[in-house]
Structures are given as C-alpha cells and as structure tokens.
Write a protein of this length. Structure first.
Length: 368
C-alpha cells in the first residue's frame, strides 16, 4: 500500500499535465457496507452517469481506465476506499488504496482533486496507544488505519497476591502498592521509548481507570503534551476492538481540530486576519495570502479560472486582475483546494461543521 502522507499529496498537486484535464475518482469500497464487488461496481456506474457534465470533459481513455481498474477485481482485505487519478495523455494513472472509507466523487479539473486524500493523510499520522491495568502493559501504534502491537508485558504483581495469607498484613499491602507503582512507572517508560521511536503525533491511554490516572502522572512531558482523549477499551481487548475504538477516537479528534480552526476563523475574520465565503477566499488565494484553507466536505460550486493569470473567481467571465475572459469551471472549490496545496497552505476539510457552513462553507486564515 502506498504510504498516504502529506508528501504524496504535494507530489500529486505538483503533477504537470500541460493543461490536459485530470479525472479524479474517489470510491468507497468498504467491504462492511458493500459486501459484493457488484455493489461498488454499481456505485461507480451511478457516479459516472451522475457526473456526465464532468465526464464529458474527460478523455474517454481516462473514464475507461478508472472503470477497468475497479471492475477487474480489487483486493479489499485492507482497502476501504480508492483514490484514482488519471490523465492518460500526460502519462498519469495513479491508484491510491485507502485504509479508510471515502465519499464517492468524480471530478474533472486541471489537476488531481486532492481534498479527500489530504483529509485521509491527516487521519493517518501515527498515534501511540498505551493500555494498562495493575497486571498488564500493552503498547501499540495505530497508523494508516492499522494497528501494530509493540510490547505486551505482564507485571510482577500476581492477581491473588494479597490473598496469600502473609502474616504481616500491613507490610503486604504496602509491598503490593509499591509493586503497582513500579509497574506503572515501567509502563510510562516503555511507552516513551516506543512512541518516541515511532514519532507519534498523539497518545491515547486506556485500560483500568485507576491505573490510567496514575500512569498519566508518570508520563514523560513529551508524551503528556500529546495526550488526547482516553481510549475506552480494556487491556485485554482484541485488536479489532482496539482498532474500531481508534477509528472512533480519530474521527472525534479530527472533528475537534476542525472545530478549533473554524472557531479561530470566526474570531479573527472581523479583524481582517481571515476571510469567509467563496469570492473573498478565492481572491485571497490569488494574492497568495492564505495560510490555512477551510472547506466544508462535499462543497462544490461553479466558478471561473483565468487562463492568463491563473486567478480563480466565483463570478465571471471577466478577470478582475487582468481583464482577460475566464474559463467556466464546474467546480471551482476543487480547483481552490488544489491551488492552496500547490501554495503549501494547510487545507482542512471540515465534516458537518455548521459554523463553517453558515459563513459560506469555505474560508481561510491569512498569512498577513
Ligand atoms: Zn487574469
């Protein structure tokens, strides 16, 4: 599986087709919802029919290439989504297998439509998982939608230690406590070594509540500042249970990041440090003032591109910057995302964020 990183997104954003249109297809092939291959084959046919406007501008060879890749059998054991980029005339045909589902979408634009791929790349930065109780330590790393078990260690503390009838009861319980503290300090140390080696961006802890609360106190500051919500699973949870809990946690944490960015935008838009709505956002992109682009997932709008000076605009056909006559676009939003990525802006695709929707479904925090 190709590593889905921000570098891959940038590499695709910079692919030069010499002006030929690129067909981008995102297809959900998640086996949990689409049991038989014929299910996603029908989805693709529907998508192609529904997007006849777009496909009429695509080369037949590109539509055919996408169709034949999808219909010729997919190994879906680890694949839940596909991102396919095709521009045969420029020698581009790239399939990126995704470990997470995507929304079906077909776009024809002057470059690859990268919004969903960028959003997947964000989801896939490694997260460290530490599971502890009084007996056990498990350390795992979650990346690319997959779990890798790192360490499983059983502490020295026997489950029935305090039931063995030692004479001096007080001594036994303080000894048990000391072993328990040692065990949790060890857990913090094992986690630090493993997570630092993996360069994890975030850390989550799960297991028995008491142990979790204590191990948090022992965490190295490097890990403590990367802590996100606790993971609601037991130490003995199966890999499937942990994986599903992580997918939920990821989605929640991604929504929280988006909400924070949108809140920031709304806070500073009055002071001129952000813009909201399509016309102003496109203008800011044209002036290369965008630091972070925020866009509602699924937002599509017709618009214009100036072939003379590359400006994007919501209203045409005359270019505000150079006066040339612009080209009509089916989806200027997809173009804007591509331009932003090309300018090395951060792009945040926001899912079901009503606060962004009410200010026009797109906006940007500005560099100056
Ligand atoms: Zn122009």
């Amino acid at each position: 599986m190709t590593a889905i990183t921000h570098d891959l997104v940038r590499e695709l954003a910079q692919f030069d087709t010499g002006g030929d249109p690129v067909l981008t297809c995102y297809l959900n092939v998640d086996g949990r919802a689409r049991v038989r291959p014929v299910d996603y084959a029908h989805d693709l046919d529907r998508l192609i029919r529904r997007s006849s406007d777009a496909t009429s501008r695509a080369a037949d060879a590109d539509v055919e290439a996408v169709r034949s890749h999808v219909l010729n059998g997919l190994d879906r054991s680890r694949v839940r989504g596909l991102a396919i980029f095709s521009c045969e005339s420029a020698g581009l045909f790239r399939v990126v297998d995704l470990p997470v589902p995507v929304h079906n979408r077909l776009v024809v634009a002057s470059g690859p439509a990268l919004d969903q791929l960028e959003s997947v790349a964000e989801q896939l930065v490694p997260i460290g998982i530490l599971l502890v109780d009084r007996q056990r330590i498990r350390v795992l790393v979650f990346a690319g939608g997959e779990l890798a078990e790192h360490t499983e260690s059983v502490g020295e503390l026997p489950r029935d230690y305090d039931e063995r009838g030692h004479a001096a009861r007080g001594d036994v319980s303080s000894h048990v406590d000391e072993l328990a503290h040692q065990h949790l300090r060890l857990a913090a140390k094992i986690a630090f070594d493993a997570f630092q080696a993996h360069g994890v961006s975030r850390v989550t802890i799960g297991g028995a509540n008491e142990s979790v609360a204590e191990v948090e106190q022992h965490l190295h500051p490097y890990l403590r500042e990367r802590l996100v919500d606790r993971l609601g699973v037991a130490v003995g949870a199966s890999l499937d249970e942990i994986r599903n809990a992580m997918l939920d946690l990821e989605a929640r944490s991604e929504r929280a990041t988006e909400a924070a960015a949108v809140a920031r935008l709304r806070e500073v838009v009055g002071a001129g440090k952000a813009v909201a709505g399509l016309p102003d956002t496109l203008a800011a992109l044209g002036e290369r003032r965008v630091d972070q682009l925020l866009v509602s997932e699924g937002f599509e709008e017709t618009g214009w591109r100036c072939e003379n000076c590359t400006l994007l605009a919501a209203v045409g056909p005359t270019c505000d910057a150079c006066g040339a006559t612009m080209t009509h676009l089916d989806d200027v939003v997809a173009e804007a995302v591509q331009v932003a990525l090309g300018q090395s802006c951060d792009v945040e695709v926001c899912v079901e964020n009503a606060d962004l929707d009410v200010v026009g479904r797109v906006g940007a925090l500005l560099r100056y």
